[in-house]
Design a protein around this ligand. Structure first.
Ligand SMILES: NC(=O)c1ccc[n+]([C@@H]2O[C@H](COP(=O)([O-])OP(=O)(O)OC[C@H]3O[C@@H](n4cnc5c(N)ncnc54)[C@H](O)[C@@H]3O)[C@@H](O)[C@H]2O)c1
Length: 260
């Protein structure tokens, strides 16, 4: 077991990639604080994690609200005694439209969840890890859209690029405390978020998700879309002792679609 008895906070654990991380961490022996803004989604993940016998707690909260973040981190420390791993996974897409038509609300909401939310959780985790005497893992979910701009996804791309730079900065700041800070940059991962983002495009073209995926396959050298488990295994590695000489990195998980 790679994460035996490590205490891990996972945000956005109710769905998609976050649920995949929760299930993999449970399998690796971690104790889990599962966070999401949607209680019903958390319930679904909880029912799956229960089967693994892992020790876990669920917390409903919004990562963009400081009081919520402080509350779920404090409750985690009360319940489990410490925080060893923080996975900043919660995120949203922006309303798909070109930047010249983007609304203020669409821009601000994306920044609030995807960038401010990651900052608030990074800060809360780092303060507790330093107070514990150092050591720890902070891992955020950026995106290949944080390395290359994509039409209709301006605010999303900007937040994900921001996450990479927060990661580099905090990695440099916390190295002396033996806290590593890394992020992953997934590509096309089959989750409710991806399907929701594609919905307007699929409705306009009349294509099914499967047809769209096949059309996009040639741009993925490994020839398939990714799944939450593909992301979870890399995050498990980063959270483990195997990655103790890595910090400030932004690792692509794209089947080769993004290579820098
Ligand atoms: N699916 C992809 O292709 C893909 C690719 C690259 C990066 N990502 C990133 O991976 C992460 C997870 O995405 P996913 O595809 O699994 O999406 P998802 O919509 O399936 O899951 C995201 C979860 O985050 C929760 N959430 C949203 N806003 C929140 C908030 N303010 N506070 C707390 N929880 C909140 C949602 O309720 C949901 O359960 C996101 O950061 C996303 O940007 C996804």
């Amino acid at each position: 077991m790679l994460l035996k008895d490590r205490v891990a906070v996972i945000t956005g654990a109710g769905s998609g990639i976050g649920q995949g991380i929760a299930l993999r961490f449970a399998h690796e022996g971690a104790k889990l604080a599962l966070v999401d803004i949607r209680p019903a989604a958390l319930e679904e993940t909880a029912s799956k994690v229960k089967d693994s016998g892992a020790d876990f707690e669920t917390y409903t909260g919004d990562v963009s609200i400081t009081a919520d973040v402080e509350s779920f981190f404090s409750q985690t420390v009360e319940r489990f005694g410490r925080v060893d791993i923080c996975v900043n996974n919660a995120g949203i897409g922006n309303p798909p439209m070109p930047l010249m038509s983007m609304t203020d609300e669409g821009f601000d909401q994306t920044i609030a969840v995807n960038l401010r939310g990651v900052f608030l959780c990074m800060r809360a985790a780092a303060q507790r890890m330093v107070a514990q005497g150092g050591g720890g893992r902070i891992i955020s979910v950026s995106s290949q859209a944080g390395k290359t701009g994509y039409p209709m996804l301006g605010p999303y791309c900007a937040t994900k690029a921001g996450v990479i730079l927060l990661t580099q900065t905090m990695g440099k700041e916390l190295g002396p405390q033996k806290i590593t800070v890394n992020c992953v940059c997934p590509g096309t991962i089959d989750t409710p978020l991806l399907r929701g983002t594609l919905d307007p495009i699929l409705q306009a073209t009349g294509e099914t998700f499967e047809k769209w995926a096949l059309k996009n396959m040639p741009t993925i050298p490994l020839g398939r879309v990714g799944y939450p488990a593909d992301v979870a295994k890399v995050i498990t590695f980063l959270a483990s002792d195997e990655a103790d000489y890595m910090t400030g990195q932004a690792i692509n998980i794209t089947g080769g679609q993004e290579m820098h």
